[in-house]
Design a protein. Structure first.
Length: 118
């Protein structure tokens, strides 16, 4: 499955089909509105110039949210903490809607309980 930011400077591939997509209500996700597909490096590949994105790291500094410097689309996050260095997620809202239409969506409470709400 392939996607890209609006201007095409950041492209990504999710090899295979995600088991589920995740909507999170944490303080950053509720503002960004992404639809995450999680996976390890290798299952997920991001194709972009080294300086194509701005990384935003906050809170416990375990995730870096990457946004295209040109068009402003948040494309992915990558684990940067010692417990999640290879975890990643892609913003599947940047894929063709038909490609993700049949993938189940789960709601995750990242604001309070750190549990799925379904």
């Amino acid at each position: 499955m392939n996607g890209s930011c609006h201007c095409g400077a950041v492209k990504f591939t999710y090899f295979g089909q995600p088991e589920r997509l995740v909507v999170c209500n944490c303080s950053i996700c509720r503002r960004l509105g992404p639809l995450w597909a999680h996976g390890p490096e290798g299952k997920i590949v991001v194709d972009a110039a080294p300086d194509a994105t701005i990384a935003y790291v906050w809170g416990d500094k375990s995730l870096a949210f990457n946004t295209c410097k040109t068009c402003g689309c948040t494309t992915h996050w990558k684990g940067v903490g010692p417990s999640t260095p290879q975890n990643m997620a892609l913003n599947m809202r940047l894929c063709d809607p038909d490609d993700i239409a049949d993938i189940p969506v789960r709601r995750f409470d990242g604001a309070d309980t750190w549990a799925f709400l379904d």
